[in-house]
Design a protein around this ligand. Sequence first.
Ligand code: AMP
Length: 209
Amino acid sequence: MTKKIILLGPPGVGKGTVANKLTKKLNLPHIATGDMLRDNTEKKTPLGIKAKSFMDKGLLVPDEVVIEMVRQRLKQDDCKDGFVLDGFPRTINQAEQINNLNFDEVVNLQASDDIIVKRLNNRRVCSKCAFIFHLDYIKPKQEGICDKCNGTLYQREDDKAEAIKERLKVYRSLTEPLISYFKNKGILVDVDGSKTPKEVFESVVSAVS
Ligand code: AMP
């Protein structure tokens, strides 16, 4: 049986943390458009060069760029039994473009702006394996070093104060309308993302089972 899941929610609500665990549990690929774009910016590919100026400012990368990138990724063999989309779609147009995929569930993670700003400020990401740490509740054992692979941890440029404000604004105007869009399709499940990572994960698992 295939399983196609979308994780929806504002930046910093915990989509990446949930997706890391959920994809292991369900043995599905984790398709995180933010990670794919960052990989391209690091490698300075033409796509990465195009995307970087938008990402650093907290703006969305143009739809046509992201949609094509996701289309190519979903064609790969590991997606044939399903996948977890994290950070895509982020606009109604993106959702319309993948309308044919018949998603099973859209998990809508929610938390207040105060919680989100705090989480984004305290987020640190491994430069090697992209594992996500939080200085308050998923602390690295050794400061600045990834527990999983010894990679160096860094703070994303767009997790700094100015970009956070912009990202929340963009979320409210362009991404939040997707909540009603998927609700109308009858596949949206709300999950309280303000709880501990363990509690949030348990709620997500029961939402998709
Ligand atoms: P994320 O890691 O999901 O927070 O994404 C980081 C940044 O990548 C976003 O702020 C956008 O600039 C860009 N991005 C990621 N996913 C998308 C998407 N679906 N559409 C447009 N831009 C995206």
